[in-house]
Write a protein that binds this ligand. Structure first.
Ligand code: AQP
Length: 342
């Protein structure tokens, strides 16, 4: 059976990149797949978090999922720390993955920066937890942005090594040739990577210190207008063909955002706006962004006003998730040779 798993970290400042690159895809995917969408709070603490804010950030991501159109009855929506099997399987995978594999992860190098001695062990082991998130459900498909592709490949390597190392037990226990599937990335259209509004070579990110670098999902119309108006561009008008965007990362990004919001190819945007000045194009982009985001922001506000309701959704999802995950962990205990509670 085909099963989708994906997650978003509750690290604050959910932005247009998270929406176009992840959440809006999650909404589309629920039509064709069974889906599990997780607020990955265990991943969030790989870097410092304020415990007084974290609860609200978890509820905010949940609210964004639902406001964007994810149905928590049809799918499973929950937060990671409520289902202990994620952390348990991650430990097993820490013993499967090799130091060398993890040392090659570019996200760790970027996030740890120069002070690698002081990065948390959790930040280094982030990809083994991600592999556990996916494989504890034996999920087959993972929609992720471009930036997560390397981690997904590592999940595939872990699944394969686990299947090989315990092949005999896996067969003996009647699981066939392999226990874990090799999860496939779901490759996505034009919005794979939305860049910062201040620097077209950096991705739009929650942790960018400048709020002007991103459009937050909770920004109101005035703020969106201000941020787009101030977005970095170059003095040339928009080109008529895609080649004209080469070497112009900021122009390319704004065209890409417009295309993703309208769900059309970038060339169609240039057909419409080629030759136009940025002031004109930015006006149209503001209208389009507000039209898409205002209803989501409104619904998020309504939902977060009732934390009890959100917590009930998360608890219901956690219960359904754990029913699957505990079965996997019991299988894993048998495969590894642990004595387990009967
Ligand atoms: N700029 C982006 N363009 C397209 N997709 C993006 N995603 C993130 N940034 C962009 C996708 O959003 C999903 C959730 O991301 P995450 O919260 O798990 O972590 P992240 O990728 O680390 O997000 P940020 O915003 O960049 O956070 P910080 O600043 O904390 O690192 C993922 O599917 C991701 O691909």
């Amino acid at each position: 059976e085909e099963l989708v798993f994906s997650g978003v970290q509750p690290t604050g400042n959910l932005h247009l990149g998270n929406y176009l690159g992840a959440i809006s895809r999650f909404v589309t995917m629920q039509e064709n797949y069974s889906c599990i969408y997780c607020v990955v709070d265990l991943h969030a603490i790989t870097v410092p978090q304020d415990p007084r804010l974290l609860k609200d950030q978890i509820r905010e991501v949940t609210a964004a999922f639902i406001a964007a159109g994810i149905d928590p009855k049809k799918n499973i929506v929950f937060n990671q720390s409520q289902v202990p099997q994620h952390a348990e399987l991650a430990w097993v995978f820490n013993c499967v993955a090799r130091m060398g594999w993890l040392s090659r992860m570019t996200q760790f190098k970027e996030k740890a920066g120069k002070d690698r001695e002081n990065a948390s062990v959790g930040l280094f082991a982030y990809p083994t937890l991600m592999a556990a998130d996916i494989l504890v459900y034996r999920a087959t498909h993972v929609p992720v942005g471009d930036d997560q592709k390397q981690h997904l490949e590592l999940s595939r390597d872990i699944a394969q090594k686990f299947n090989n190392d315990w092949a005999e037990m896996i067969a003996e226990l009647g699981h066939g040739a392999e226990y874990f599937p090799q999860p496939e990335p779901l490759i996505q259209g034009p919005a794979t990577r939305i860049m910062s509004l201040r620097d077209g070579t950096k991705k739009m990110s929650k942790s960018d210190p400048s709020d002007y670098s991103r459009i937050n999902l909770t920004d109101n119309a005035d703020t969106i207008a201000q941020k787009v108006r101030k977005a970095k561009t170059d003095p040339e008008p928009l080109p008529g063909a895609l080649e004209g965007l080469e070497g112009r990362p900021e122009a390319d990004n704004l065209v890409g955002i417009f295309a993703a919001l309208r769900d059309m190819p970038r060339q169609s945007v240039l057909d419409e706006f080629g030759g136009a000045q940025f002031s004109t194009f930015k006006g149209a982009l503001v209208d389009l962004a507000v039209e898409t985001l205002a209803p989501i922001a409104g619904e998020m506000r309504r939902l977060t006003a009732d934390p009890g309701h959100i917590d009930a959704i998360l608890a219901d999802g956690a219960g359904r998730a754990e029913a699957i995950a505990s079965k996997t962990m019991n299988d894993v205990r048998d495969i590894l040779g642990f004595v387990r509670r009967p």
